[in-house]
Design a protein around this ligand. Structure first.
Ligand SMILES: NC(=O)c1ccc[n+]([C@@H]2O[C@H](COP(=O)([O-])OP(=O)(O)OC[C@H]3O[C@@H](n4cnc5c(N)ncnc54)[C@H](O)[C@@H]3O)[C@@H](O)[C@H]2O)c1
Length: 409
């Protein structure tokens, strides 16, 4: 899917064949075995990955995902998408990603800590503030980032907060990082509505995924008085045409409950396929990739899709959505708030000087709106989708950097 996207954009922009060949490959990928003594005394061995797609524009940057379904090619695609995202935002960073093939809900806290520490030790030569800076992704969080920072720091004999972002505030994290992806998505959505003369207050929203990204955008929109008619997590979701009480659902989630266990007296239960097909104005896929595909795209019933997750729409579905006049705001723009504030965290760590929330949100808004304007203008000028326009900008910038540096040796 990631490679297909390059082909489509390369054709559209007349990209040099050599650059295309170069960009389709990752710079390096590492597969590691992670042996852990479980609490019952038995040994389990997990598989982990770290991939650098490109470090041409700066150190690698991208999250670490814990999931029983994660596999190397997925991590490579996710690393590639990080390269485009950082280039689109003009951040001086490349693209990387990591993952461990594990269902973390089956581990105790001690097992999770041992797994994280050993995984970090295994990938230690591939990470560092000027090499590659990991961050949270699916099923990873500030505590896991703290353990990674600790292992790295112990090896270096000094505290190195800049090795990861998304850390707790107490050890060099940034205010606004946890909500950054949701906040960024909101800024982009607001800007798009202005262009389309739509008032968010009169629109209905469906959100797939109720974790960091989905939960935060739900909360932000709910507090602004926007009607959210459905949300879901891995267990399925809840629907109410009159609008859900998001505060109640967030409290429920924060007590470690799944949505399927929520008292459904007032809401209707929907499964993970149904949620995407609910009639609404704005659909926000914010769970995992490959959700809107050839097989369900005809049943998508919205005006705008804004991609909170990475890669939720396949290229085949994209074509059909374009023909149906559904606007898709691509992941590399829509969810870029996370990496943007991660970058702010990284520079705050390097300078040992920490910003206030107002400054974070103001600078985040500036960076994202500049990218949004550039993408929107190019899409109108070239009569292409927002995704193609975003890719054209990101890949041109990268292509110029490769040209200037040359191909070693
Ligand atoms: N966290 C960030 O800052 C950030 C930034 C940019 C992009 N993203 C992307 O956003 C997406 C969500 O990340 P997150 O950080 O919110 O993760 P998370 O673990 O906090 O939340 C994931 C949500 O998706 C649900 N989910 C997981 N697997 C699912 C499945 N198979 N089917 C349906 N629902 C499923 C989970 O139950 C949960 O509600 C990912 O694609 C991630 O790469 C995250």
């Amino acid at each position: 899917m990631a490679k297909k996207q390059i082909d489509i954009v390369a054709k559209e922009m007349g990209l040099d064949e050599n650059i295309k060949k170069y960009l389709k490959r990752v710079e390096r990928s590492l597969i590691v075995s992670i042996p852990i003594i479980m609490d019952n005394g038995k040994l389990e061995v997990f598989e982990g990955y770290r991939v650098h797609h490109s470090t041409v524009r700066g150190p690698g940057k991208g999250g670490i995902r814990y999931s029983k379904d994660v596999f190397l090619d997925e991590v490579k695609a996710l690393a590639m998408w990080m390269t485009w995202k950082n280039s689109l935002l003009k951040l001086p960073l490349g693209g990387a990603k990591g993952g461990v093939c594990v269902d973390p809900t089956k581990l105790s806290r001690n097992e999770l800590e041992r797994l994280t520490r050993r995984y970090t030790a295994e990938i230690i030569n591939m990470i560092g503030p000027d090499i590659d800076i990991p961050a949270p992704d699916i099923n990873t969080n500030p505590q896991i980032m703290a353990w990674i920072m600790d292992v790295y720091s112990m090896q270096k004999g000094k505290s190195v907060p800049g090795v990861v972002t998304g850390k707790p505030i107490e050890i060099g994290g940034s205010v606004g990082r946890e909500t950054a992806t949701g906040m960024g998505l909101y800024f982009i959505l607001e800007a798009l509505c202005m262009k389309l003369n739509l008032n968010l207050k009169y629109l209905s929203v469906v959100i797939q995924g109720f974790g960091n990204v989905g939960g935060n955008i739900a909360q932000i929109l709910y507090e602004k008085g926007v009607k959210i008619v459905a949300v879901s997590d891995i267990s399925g979701g809840l629907y109410d045409a009159g609008g859900l009480n998001i505060k109640e659902l967030i409290d429920w989630r924060d007590q470690n409950h799944l949505l399927e266990e929520f008292d459904k007296k007032e809401n209707e239960f929907v499964n993970n396929e149904e949620i995407l097909e609910i009639e609404c104005d704005i659909l926000i896929p914010a769970a995992i990739e490959n959700q809107i595909t050839e097989s369900n795209v005809d049943n998508i019933n919205c005006q705008i899709i804004i991609e909170g997750a990475n890669g939720p729409t396949t290229p085949e579905a994209d074509e059909i959505l374009k023909d149906r006049g559904i606007i898709v705001v691509p992941d590399i723009l829509a969810n870029a708030g996370g990496v943007c504030v991660s970058y702010f965290e990284y520079i705050q760590d390097i300078h040992s000087y920490f910003w206030k929330l107002d400054r974070i949100n103001l600078e985040l808004k500036n960076v994202l709106l500049e990218a949004f304007e550039e993408v929107y203008t190019l899409s109108k000028e070239k009569k292409v989708t927002l995704r193609i326009a975003a890719y054209m900008i990101a890949i041109s910038r990268l292509s110029k950097a490769i040209e200037l540096r040359g191909i070693f040796p």
